[in-house]
Design a protein around this ligand. Sequence first.
Ligand code: TRP
Length: 435
Amino acid sequence: MGAGAQHQAGQPLLIVLEETPVVGVPAALEEERAVAPTITMEIEELAAAEQVVTPWEVSAPDGVDYDKLVDRFGCQRIDAAIVDRIAHLTRRPPHRFLRRGIFFAHRDLNMILDLYEAGEKFYLYTGRGPSSESLHLGHLIPFMFTKYLQDAFKVPLVIQLTDDEKFLWKNMTISECKRLARENAKDIIACGFDVERTFIFTNLSYLGGPFYENVLQVAKHVTFNGLRGTFGVNQEDHIGKVSFPPVQAAPSFSSSFPHLFPGDDQLRCLIPCAIDQDPYFRMTRDVAPKIHLLKPSLIESRFFPALQGESTKMSASDPKSAIYVTDSSKQIKAKVNKYAFSGGQASVELHRKLGANLDVDVPIKYLYFFLEDDDELDHIKKEYKEGRMLTGEVKQRLIVVLSELVARHQRARAQVTEEMVDAFMAVRPLPNMFG
Ligand code: TRP
């Protein structure tokens, strides 16, 4: 999830919008901007009526309506034909995040696939805002998926750690942001990225040179009104919120990385991310033709629900809402048993009779993300729905799946040395990056 700039509890945040409203910002920003009347609304009212999804705020009391989001944002849905096409082109089964519609939306993904089919190249770009010491399961999702894309397409990858963004949005010192970026880099490396194809950088150390030139090009072509329409900044916000978005845009352009792509400013970019990051790249795509660069393509995921269910967001600061990659299997067991919202019935008799409501059941949702075996997942869903399986049994299975996943991550992370971090972060050519 994004930067999560939460306003002070109990303080209604007033947002004044001209042009495009912030609530599931319409597609209008790309190419042409529709001018809507001025809307003044308190965010609480807004949230009660509608969902709010920006990189800095996700609020959806009844759970995020992804269909609405796709329509409002103006991205495309990923359908079975695209999934098949990816499987065919990469000659490997599609990742479960693709098969199961967890990565569910895209922009110009077909363009990347056409290119690849024609034997041409592209690169991947993703990132993380290092806001917490340890990652939770939701944070791993884009990286697990990016690792699959890197392996399947054999392409280079750049990973942006936005230590500057976190300094601007969170109450943290610059040195703390830098330290967290390096710690988070270890967790990212533990996801298995190939050092011969991966460049990890922090904004605080990499910003400069041709990268900064692209930051400036973007900044010069985005108006304050356009930015306000896309992100919902208001007059009381500090201006860091205005200056930062071009920094997240710049890695979408290959000329930002002359040590990787010397002389090549027209290499296409594919960005895997959660859908809350879409506004950054809507802005980027809007600007690209104006600065004679290519629009990045996107492949976007749903959010990973909190243990309490879809309407609350998994929070890096609320240990009850999330499972961390640092949790022990004992902690995982306790959290799942105690906090994972159940769609089962109040008594065993009732459950046997009525079965579980899978739509709200968190253990099933988590298995959907992390249980690899499709047949087993179908079996569990059926048995649970028809009351033959109890919540406790489903949780039992989930505890095993998550404990294995987390233990595997912890083993991999323990192998990551400071030298390895330096190696991934070195500004260097990658001679075998397409090999
Ligand atoms: N803003 C993102 C966050 O807060 C980090 C990020 C930077 C990112 N560049 C990205 C995420 C590209 C996805 C893709 O987590």
